[in-house]
Design a binder for this molecule. Structure first.
Ligand SMILES: [Zn+2]
Length: 312
């Protein structure tokens, strides 16, 4: 069963199952490269932000966006380096980060990811948030090398390390550190400039997301360039500000839980009001963020939409 749900806002199309034929070109999507060091380039297109490492050993990438854009993406990477792509590291299992796996893998790259990414990509997933199922991916799209805690790729002159951060945005997130380039790719642990999506159905939680951000901060100094999963390039100060936002919202919702408020009452208390105008109109709405946090704190491991009929 394929049930499509599409949410398109500022280039974010999450879990929208691709219906475009492979190789179709979407003229509206432009890939914009930003060189961050001698070897690392950030590539923005549609979907999760990509990092490209290119140098003496060849090319590897972090995440590969959507299936239907794979040819366009590979052409954009080809402008950064004409060497073949040797490896892909996936930050998590979402469609806007692993969609190009099949095409990039078929072109010769080895796909590397956390154990839980392969597990979720191998089986049908249902999202209560999107009210949609994602069928299992074809075997060619699955990670070939998986890891549990951390993995290091010694490539292009530096030990690039992927650290698993448990139960954050999903249950399979990694953040990836380029120590010599002083670049950190946070995957969807970090949404910069918009409220984050916490995939409760996929094993995410607010406390895990905060812990993942803390792990990222521990890898940063004042000059680190921080690639978020979505939104513009950031730095340590931007990541710290995001941590403070998550902690404040978590604490406010925890207070409401302690006071015995229901989920409905917690959303009506508007614990995110200070930031709604700036961050709540892009993708995740204020009520949705409160639901992520409230359910995380009360042990409800799935998204539970409010009854829109009674809340108007
Ligand atoms: Zn995601």
């Amino acid at each position: 069963m394929i049930k499509a749900a599409t949410t398109t806002l500022l280039g974010l199309t999450l879990l929208a199952f691709a219906v475009q034929p492979a190789g179709a070109k979407d003229a509206a999507v432009q890939y914009v490269p930003t060189a961050l060091s001698d070897t690392v380039t950030m590539l923005k297109g549609q979907g999760g932000n990509i990092a490209v490492s290119s140098g003496q050993d060849g090319v590897f990438i972090i995440d590969d966006q959507y299936s239907h854009l794979a040819d366009q993406l590979m052409a954009a990477i080809g402008k950064v380096s004409d060497e073949p792509i040797r490896f892909v590291i996936n930050t998590h299992y979402h469609h806007d980060h692993v969609g190009g796996n099949e095409a990039v893998g078929d072109a010769g790259a080895v796909i590397i990811a956390h154990d839980n990414i392969r597990e979720r990509m191998s089986t049908e997933q249902f999202s209560n948030f999107f009210d949609a199922a994602t069928p299992p991916w074809p075997s060619d799209a699955l990670p070939v090398v998986t890891f549990n805690d951390r993995m290091t790729l010694h490539y292009n002159g530096e030990p690039v390390t992927a650290y698993h951060v448990p139960h954050g945005h999903t249950d399979g997130d990694s953040i990836i550190h380029f120590p010599s380039s002083n670049v950190l790719h946070m995957g969807d642990i970090f949404f910069n400039g918009l409220y984050p999506y916490i995939d409760l159905d996929g094993g995410g939680s607010i406390d895990g997301m905060i812990a993942g951000v803390e792990k990222g901060l521990s890898l940063c100094d004042g000059n680190t360039q921080v690639i978020p999963g979505h939104g513009p390039l950031a730095n340590r100060a931007g990541l710290a500000e995001y941590r403070d936002l998550l902690v404040t919202i978590r604490d406010r919702v925890q207070t409401l839980v302690n006071e015995g408020k229901t989920l409905q009452e917690a959303t009506e208390a508007n614990p995110t009001a200070d930031w709604d105008e700036e961050l709540g109109g892009v993708f995740i709405k204020p009520d949705q963020l409160v639901i992520f946090v409230y359910n995380s704190l009360t042990g409800v491991e799935r998204y539970t939409p409010l009854d829109r009929e009674t809340t108007e």
